[in-house]
Design a protein around this ligand. Structure first.
Ligand code: SIN
Length: 491
């Protein structure tokens, strides 16, 4: 494990000391009722980073009250004003990019390079939706039977609950907050209790640029069930947007039913990364590195299984193992580190269990296959070959730096393997024949598809999945529509 520079240690301490650690409710940072706090840990050494207010149901209902009270004025705020506030937030996040990147890296573990990329990605949602806020259009038309004009307009859905995960502590917040605010909705954000600091710095940033009181509220909590249950049972809430596991998403959908809440669900993935026999193997290895190692493999769009044509499998596997072998593993803030820790010990146990089970079923460990240094939650980058396609490491979401390679014999085989799980978020294919790649894409049941690349995420594009990977889209005009209600009048 590589050590951090002393200057980064000092910079980190000073940064964390400046982050406001209360709940952000009604424009103020406040203590939780009863003074409860939760501890945020550094996953690279398990050391406590900060203590943050820990909300209960009452605190979260105060946040909903603030969002509800701010709702009508925010909905009536001129779109241009909402747009300019989002643009100011973009500029401010860019100005603070070092602080955001360092904070993300510290609390989540990803490398500083990945954290910098996340800040750019996150900021882009603010800029893109600032441009979109002034283009929320409806339509008019004569009623076909005559005798009236149909007037179709868009309205904000109302106060929203936004539940965000730990793997992208800033980007998953801006991906929800930016379209919600552009649409004229107010929000209560519940960030992951593992990474609340970034969300709190973002709330402070929004306050600094003048987003009005109550429009954005943040409640950190270790009592997610109680807090979310209270909010979803309150008739003032109109929408929930969730990013996380399919199991939790499915539970939330049931909880959303009695109140008929609007829902957006970005759930689990199990992305196939397909390499056809006409692929450029060198390019495929580089794409695989991005698709697997971005965010330490902790992404729902991370490549989960590598379906490689039998004629190329050996060359691809040894190329990938060699690139993995070059990755220095250590705290994300250390110089030259290419892979940080996983988020916590459960994550390491889980990844280790999947690799060991695959090994017991006949998989060959080409590199890695073990934990890293004891003091942090490290797992070494791992390539598995000869992996039977029915193993858990292929069938379930790994969320770690493990690349299982399954061989395929032809395109039909690739499609049937790709469609063999309940998930359908994204698929990647490498082929030098675009028509062939697109035809594969048409047959694979996913919401997103990448050709000769290992990453498709973009603030302007509709991110989302088919099957058990979710409902709705985030990003692009589709992401804005999730926060709008259609209203029709006949005049
Ligand atoms: C996720 O892993 O949840 C999101 C990844 C992305 O937006 O690229």
């Amino acid at each position: 494990v590589t050590l951090r520079d002393l200057s980064v240690v000092t910079e980190s301490r000073e940064l964390i000391d400046r982050v406001l650690t209360g709940l952000f409710v009604g424009g103020e940072f406040t203590a939780a009722a009863g003074g409860h706090t939760l501890v945020v840990e550094d996953p690279s050494n398990r050391a406590p980073l900060a203590e943050v207010a820990d909300a209960n149901a009452g605190d979260s209902l105060n946040a909903l009250t603030a969002a509800h009270e701010a709702m009508s004025e925010w909905a009536e705020t001129a779109p241009r004003t909402r747009s300019e506030l989002l643009r100011a937030a973009y500029d401010r996040v860019q100005a603070l990019r070092r602080q955001f990147a360092l904070l993300i890296s510290l609390e989540m573990g990803k490398t500083l390079a990945d954290a910098e990329a996340e800040v750019s990605y996150a900021a882009e949602f603010l800029r893109w939706y600032s441009e979109e806020a002034v283009r929320i259009n409806g339509r008019t038309g004569q009623a076909p039977g005559g005798g009236g004009q149909m007037l179709v307009t868009k309205r904000p859905v109302g106060p929203c609950l936004l539940i965000t995960p730990w793997n992208f502590p800033l980007a998953m917040v801006t991906r929800k907050v930016a379209p919600a605010l552009a649409a004229g909705c107010t929000v209560v954000v519940k960030p992951s209790e593992l990474t609340p600091l970034t969300a709190l710095l973002f709330a402070d940033t929004l306050r600094d640029v003048g987003v009005p009181t109550g429009v954005v509220n943040v409640v950190n909590t270790t009592s997610a069930g109680e807090v979310v249950g209270a909010l979803m049972g309150d008739g003032r809430l109109r929408k929930i947007s969730f990013t996380g596991s399919t199991a939790v998403g499915s539970h939330l959908l049931q909880q959303a039913a009695p109140g008929v809440l609007r829902t957006s669900m970005e759930l689990g993935g199990n992305a196939p990364f397909i390499v056809l026999e006409d692929a450029d193997v060198t390019a495929a290895v580089e794409g695989a590195l991005v698709a697997k190692i971005r965010n330490g493999g902790q992404s729902c769009v991370g490549a989960n299984r590598f379906l490689v044509h039998e004629s190329l499998a050996e060359e691809f596997a040894s190329g990938l193992a060699s690139r993995f072998g070059d990755l220095r593993v250590g705290p994300g803030q250390s110089p030259g580190v290419g892979l940080g820790p996983l988020i916590n010990s459960d994550a390491v146990d889980r990844v280790e269990g999947l690799v060991e089970a695959a090994r017991a079923q006949g998989a060959n460990v080409l590199c890695g296959g073990q934990r890293g240094a004891d003091e942090g939650h490290f797992y070494l980058p791992t390539v598995l070959t000869d992996v039977p396609s029915n193993t858990d490491v292929v069938q379930s979401e790994i969320f770690g730096p493990v690349a299982p390679i399954v061989t395929i014999s032809d395109d039909d085989h690739a499609v049937s393997e790709a469609n063999s799980t309940p998930f359908g978020l994204v698929a990647y294919v490498y082929s030098q024949d675009l028509r062939r790649a697109l035809s594969l894409g048409n047959r694979i049941e996913t919401g997103m598809f990448g050709v000769n690349r290992g990453l498709v995420s973009d603030a302007a594009a509709p991110f989302g999945g088919a099957k058990a990977s979710g409902l709705g889209r985030e990003g692009g005009p589709e992401g804005l529509a999730e926060y709008l209600e259609t209203h029709y009048a006949l005049v």
